[in-house]
Design a protein around this ligand. Structure first.
Ligand SMILES: [Cu+2]
Length: 134
């Protein structure tokens, strides 16, 4: 073998090696993205929950089975106490006593599909909605 063909052989091996590395690493990168936390940002205004930037009061929230969820709750009602609770999942923010207060909780969604009620403890009858696992 000539020096030149040895060199091109080494280059070929290198290129193949990089290709194998990419094929191995890409699915790992992709799967780490699905491990990302799903953030839900809620605002309480006029005694209703809203997804930040949306206009549907007490909307149905959807999470994927087993995913990590970060729920951020912000109180926009001056002088009214609110929290966010999913009793069956043992999920609760602290009570936010005034406008501008904010709390967040991180939890793992249940692994099987289903629905639960979320509510605000001081206003459980009117401030309530559905959180769905699907
Ligand atoms: Cu409330």
């Amino acid at each position: 073998m000539t020096t030149r063909s040895k060199t091109s052989m080494l280059i070929a091996v290198g290129v193949i090696g990089l290709g194998i590395l990419a094929v191995t690493l890409l699915p790992m990168l992709a799967s780490s993205q699905t491990d990302e936390v799903h953030e839900i940002r809620l605002v309480v205004r006029d005694m209703n929950f809203y997804v930040e930037g949306e206009s549907q009061p007490n909307p149905t929230l959807t999470v994927r089975p087993g995913e990590q969820v970060r729920l951020v709750l912000k109180n926009d009602d001056p002088g009214i106490r609110h929290d966010f609770v999913v009793e069956e999942w043992d999920v609760a923010t602290r009570i936010l006593a005034d406008r501008g207060e904010q709390d967040s909780i991180t939890f793992k969604a249940p692994s099987s599909p289903g629905e639960q009620v979320y509510h605000c403890t001081p206003h459980a009858q009117m401030m309530r909605g559905t959180i769905r696992v699907q």
